[in-house]
Write a protein that binds this ligand. Structure first.
Ligand code: NAD
Ligand code: UDP
Length: 320
């Protein structure tokens, strides 16, 4: 009998790649999503597969899944700043009520739970690079607080179920990840820059562009998650690519990659925008024998090829 896994946020960017991986690996995959920021087109290629089912459901409401479950991967949550600023209450609810429902379901099914946490639990970090034992610098009532605190609560709730109920849990702190199926207009920097280049618009760098991020290609992240799920490690673990770059330099890389003749224009830096971010991945290396394999140039080329084949309608449609 194949193992059964529930993946929440299945129709989103990361959730859909996880569905692909677990379907390919022979699991029976139950994808769940309310499509608030996700799209069925990300997973419709899986509908004909016998080992895939889809439940259109809000995880923040009571969830019922018939049959046994071996694993629950909780990835449902708006993830880009413009999304969670638009739907702040739903973001807080999916990180609190949503994880509570998943953990309750896991107890009933005796399933192992892995949750998608984030580098945002470190906020605007005063420790660089960020190690897992850094407690973070988050403004709970700032605009990003709805996401950061939901994720911090989610970690606390997950650890409580582990400690007090003996539930098998895993926590991955994901750093900026990119790849095909990101939404062109989700506001994150990579689709923003590539979308602007493809539409013949100037690239909008926020602030002076000196803030840094470290971008991980999606296949590397998925491999790290699979290894973590099957490991015995229960404390939070960073998964990301430590290759750090300033946003200004990143804009120049995209200009080169796309061959656009547009220029960079500078806009106001959003409030509480972290100044630097780079994962310390010593733990993932040591405990999971994991390191990212994709160079940024390689991952960016694959991602650019994905965005290039989108239709004009998709490219110019604001909500895509
Ligand atoms: P995404 O917006 O593409 O995917 C999230 C999915 O969750 C969407 O399909 C959305 O419809 C669904 N969803 C949201 N609320 C829901 C609810 N109440 N019930 C059911 N489904 C719901 O975002 P993503 O980039 O794929 O992120 C997935 C997860 O990974 C999130 O939990 C996010 O916080 C985490 N994460 C992502 C990154 C990254 O760089 N992409 C970094 C850190 C953490
Ligand atoms: N950013 C930018 N121009 C854009 C979109 C984002 O300069 O059009 C900046 C943003 O201010 C941040 C960085 O790029 O400093 C990464 O932003 P993103 O939303 O992708 O991720 P996060 O801030 O959540 O790490």
């Amino acid at each position: 009998m194949s193992k059964r896994v529930l993946i929440t946020g299945a129709a989103g960017f990361l959730g859909s790649h996880l569905c692909d991986r677990f379907v390919k690996d022979g699991f029976h995959v139950i994808g769940m999503d309310n499509l608030i920021t996700g799209r069925l087109s990300n997973i419709e290629h899986l509908f004909p597969k016998e080992n895939f089912e889809f439940y259109h459901q809000d995880v923040s409401k009571f969830i019922h899944v018939p049959g046994e479950l071996d694993y629950i991967l909780h990835f449902a949550s708006p993830a880009s700043p413009i999304d969670y600023l638009k739907i702040p209450i739903q973001t807080l609810k999916v990180g609190s009520l949503g994880i509570h429902n998943c953990l309750g379901l896991a107890r009933v099914k005796n399933a192992r739970v892995l949750i998608a946490s984030t580098s945002e639990v470190y906020g605007d970090p005063e420790v660089h690079p960020q190690t897992e034992d850094y407690w973070g610098n988050v403004n709970p009532i700032g605009p990003r607080g709805v996401y950061d605190e939901a994720k911090r609560f989610q970690e606390a709730m997950t650890m409580a179920y582990h400690t007090y109920h003996g539930l098998e849990t895993r926590i991955v702190r994901i750093f900026n990840t990119y790849g095909p199926r990101m939404r062109l207009n989700d506001g994150r920097v990579l689709p923003a820059f590539i979308g602007q280049a493809l539409r013949g618009e100037d690239l909008t760098v926020f602030g002076d562009g000196s803030q840094t991020r470290s971008f991980c290609y999606v296949d590397d992240l998925v491999e790290g998650i699979v290894r973590l799920l099957h490991s015995e490690y229960t404390a939070p673990i960073n998964i990301g690519n430590p290759d750090e770059i300033s946003i200004g330099d990143f804009a120049e890389e995209i200009i080169k990659l796309t061959g656009t003749t547009q220029k960079v224009v500078y806009k106001d830096l959003p409030i509480n925008d972290p100044k630097q971010r780079q994962p310390d991945i010593s733990k993932a290396k040591e405990l999971l024998n994991w390191t990212p394999k994709y160079q940024r140039s390689e991952g960016l080329k694959i991602t650019y090829d994905y965005f290039k084949q989108l239709s004009e309608e998709e490219l110019f449609h604001k909500d895509h």
